[in-house]
Every structure is written in C-alpha cells, then in structure tokens.
Design a protein around this ligand. Structure first.
Ligand SMILES: C[S@@+](CC[C@H](N)C(=O)[O-])C[C@H]1O[C@@H](n2cnc3c(N)ncnc32)[C@H](O)[C@@H]1O
Length: 268
C-alpha cells in the first residue's frame, strides 16, 4: 500500500480565510490612515491653540510693558517737575526769603486741605494770592474749580511765567497782594467766591495783615472765605476787633513743616 503524502495546508489559509484576512487588513489599514489623519489634524489644531495662546500672552506682556513704561515715564516726569519746583523755590527763597516764606512748595496734602474750604458749586471767580509754582492752584482745579475761574496774584515774575505756562486758562496777575484791590483793578469781573492765600503773613506787621484782610473782604461775595495757611500756632490775621469769625483746621502733618489752615469769614 502506497501512501502519498499530501502537503499539509496551513490552517486558516483557505481562500475564504485569506479573503477575510485581507479585507480585515484593509479595514485596519483604513482605520489607521484615518487615525493618523486625525492625529495630524489634532496636532495642527494644538499647534494653532499654542500659537493663539502665545500671541495672547505676548500681547498682554507687550501691553503691560507699554503701560509700565508709560507709568514709569510719567512718574519720572512728575519727579523731574517736582525737583524743578523745589529748585525754583530754593532759588526764590535765596533771592528773597521774606517774600517767599518757605524753602519748599506746599505738599499736595496741605494744598488739598486749603482747597477743601472752597465750594466749587458757587459760581464766580476764585482768587489765589501767592500761588508760587501752583500746588494750591492744582488742588483747586482738582476740587472742581475750572481753570478759567482762577485769578492768580503773584509777585515773582519767574513764578508768573511758570503759572501762565501751567494754567493757560487762568488769569495771572503779576503784582502786590498787599494792595489787592488796586492790583486786581480791571481783572475781577465780579465778586469772588473765595480768596486762598499762601502769603508768608508773619513777615509783615499785624497792621499790614489786618489791612490785607479788610481789603480782601471788599472783593468777596457775602459769606465768602479768606483761607490762609500758616506754620505758626497763632492766627496769622489778628482777630481782636476784626469783625471776623474764624475756624482753624487740625495740623496737616504731611507737609514740611506741618501747617494749619485758617478760614475767616465776616461775622454777620
Ligand atoms: C510760601 S510761598 C507759597 C507758594 C505756593 N502757594 C505753595 O503753597 O507752595 C509764598 C508765595 O507768595 C508770593 N508772594 C509773597 N509776597 C507776595 C506779594 N506781596 N504779592 C504777591 N505774591 C507774593 C511768593 O512769591 C511765593 O510764591
């Protein structure tokens, strides 16, 4: 008996099986292609997102840097201005210590306290005497008194020049505040709401200070205040027999030296 050895067909390689395998392979390949394409899309999308975030962050960094730069340069300008004012003041004090009365401009705290006694809602001009480099002027504007209502009486021609540059809408009158009505002749369209004074009054005798106050009240509306700061503990305007009522603020410590603000009104 002869036996013919038939080659053994590997299991699962029937035609049907082979067709099944190749279609499965094709499906897997297709799926892999789709998955790969999805992956590419996702990577592209992620890249776009990263780019958008980077753009946003860079934009914010740029904006912050610009804001910071502006703030720093504004602070530097302010500091330069302040230093300039300090230098001007010292020069003015060296030229005439009695007239300047101080080696440094008033602080914004004292200036604001002075301005706080002016009611900006009452219409009419506001007179400032002895504005110097303008810290009280600034505080008055900040308080709501428009620049064109301000009449500034200053003795120093240098300060007048500076005030005209800084407050172009205000009326700057170069002259002597101790002859106030005469100095303001032709400059005061109506009676003033308030007179704010930084004059170093104690450098003048009491009679001259009283005369200044009397003159000031002829230029004020009824009830209008004369506002004056002083480093002294006593009233700079002699009160006895003045017919004035007065109020004094607490000490403004954030000023060199500390000062108080006196507010005088005609007693009715
Ligand atoms: C103590 S400083 C005050 C300056 C400014 N208001 C401040 O608070 O920094 C006095 C100012 O009054 C001015 N002044 C002095 N005597 C004056 C007078 N007779 N008429 C006008 N201004 C005068 C000075 O030139 C100076 O600017």
């Amino acid at each position: 008996m002869s036996t013919t050895l038939q080659p053994r067909r590997p299991r699962g390689t029937s035609l049907a099986a082979r067709i099944g395998q190749s279609s499965m392979a094709a499906r897997i390949e297709d799926e892999m292609r789709v998955t790969a394409a999805d992956l590419v899309d996702s990577v592209a999308e992620a890249r776009l997102k990263v780019a958008a975030v980077r753009y946003k962050v860079e934009g914010e960094v740029r904006n912050t840097a610009v804001k910071f730069k502006t703030r720093v340069s504004r602070a530097a300008d302010g500091a330069k201005l302040k230093l300039g004012d300090e230098a001007r003041f010292i020069k003015s004090w060296i030229d005439d210590p009695g007239r300047t009365g101080s080696v440094t401009p008033s602080s914004p705290f004292l200036a604001r306290r002075m301005a706080s006694f002016v009611d900006p809602a009452i219409p009419g001009p506001v007179i400032e005497i002895g504005p110097g480099t303008g810290p009280v002027t600034e505080a008055l504007i900040e308080r709501g008194v428009s620049e064109d209502r301000l009449i500034l009486v200053e003795y120093s021609p240098e300060f007048c020049k500076l005030l005209r540059q800084r407050f172009p809408a205000a009326t700057v009158v170069e002259g002597d505040a101790y002859a106030l009505s005469g100095t303001l002749a032709g400059h005061l369209p109506e009676k003033a709401v308030a007179i704010v004074s930084s004059l170093p009054l104690f450098n003048r005798p009491p009679a001259m200070r009283s005369a200044l106050a009397n003159d000031a009240f002829t230029l004020l509306q009824d009830g209008g205040p004369l506002i004056q700061f002083t480093y002294s503990v006593i009233s700079p305007v002699p009160r006895k027999g003045s017919g004035l009522k007065s109020f004094v603020s607490d000490w403004v410590l954030r000023n060199i030296p500390p000062a108080r603000v006196w507010v005088y009104r005609k007693a009715v």
